[in-house]
Ligand binder design. Sequence first.
Ligand code: AMP
Ligand code: TRP
Length: 348
Amino acid sequence: MGDTVHMPDSRAPDFPQRVFSGIQPSGGLTLGNYLGAIKRFVEMQDSGVETIYCVVDMHAITVWQEPDALRRATRELAAGYLAAGLDPARSILFNQSQVPAHAELGWIFNCVARMGWLNRMTQFKDKAGKNREKASVGLFAYPNLMAADILAYHATHVPVGEDQKQHLELTRDIAIKFNNDYGVEFFPVVEPVIEGAATRVMSLRDGTKKMSKSDPSDMSRINLTDDADTIARKVRKAKTDPEPLPEAPGGLEARPEARNLVNIYAALSGGSVAQVMAEHGGKPFSEFKPLLADLAVAELAPISAEMARLMHDPAEIDRILADGAARARVLAQPILERTFDIVGMVRG
Ligand code: AMP
Ligand code: TRP
């Protein structure tokens, strides 16, 4: 297992390799979150690098969350991490609001990042929509808090899906500007790890749209809480064109739905798109979809069952998050103190 993970060369060679990533507890987890993020988190943990994974509850409230729903989503996401194979003895697992360094460093970065940089963020434009005047200030400053999440630990590698690339570029810009402004080599310039066959899992109803927890159609996505029958039904009903699968990967170019199902198959099986095509190229969807459904059920149904089991004992989940937060604070506090010192804050 250990040698299957590719860690891109760090542009911060003086910093030890440390992985950080986070997911928002703002609704259920989808197959997109699983293949684009969580499955990669587990691979990195199993490769033996130091790994820190966060439930970013402070990011979630940049748009309205009912308090009880937020509490539940936080525990459910933690249960998803655990059920997928994250081990609190080998990874630090915690929720963001229990470590004040994130908000404190986030403030410093609010004063480093420029309005012009944030104005270019496509996720803000998408989420704020036409009504920018009504968006929360937090939604606008969101990428600064994300930079703080990462840099509070001097993390060097960040596994995410494709949609987070622009935010990670901003994290790099913040680190570089801070280092330049204060004449230090303090923050590492992080590497995004956007790899694997499923960095952008698409909707099962429209191969040109990202699979998302906010899509009004539940048939557009597979939820990690779906049972085996539901998963199989959604795969069987996934939109496709009438042609059989092409013989070679090149034939997927103009066929977004076919490409999406092949990518999902590759990511679930741990193989490459070329391997999937070599094995299944030329098959009609009536043959390929049941195979994909079986594969999805075999991998996801045990995770969903384990999540349900863990959710029966929320106190145990809270204990794991509190323990992770205590360990995270120990790592972040000296980095925060040194940052305050560099900036010129007097500390008693
Ligand atoms: P979010 O749910 O927006 O907090 O996203 C959490 C993680 O899942 C991020 O690394 C995203 O890039 C990843 N992710 C979300 N949706 C998808 C998708 N459809 N395909 C691949 N990765 C995704
Ligand atoms: N912005 C990420 C998302 O929506 C979540 C996130 C917050 C994150 N802080 C992070 C991801 C730090 C990686 C590292 O998916």
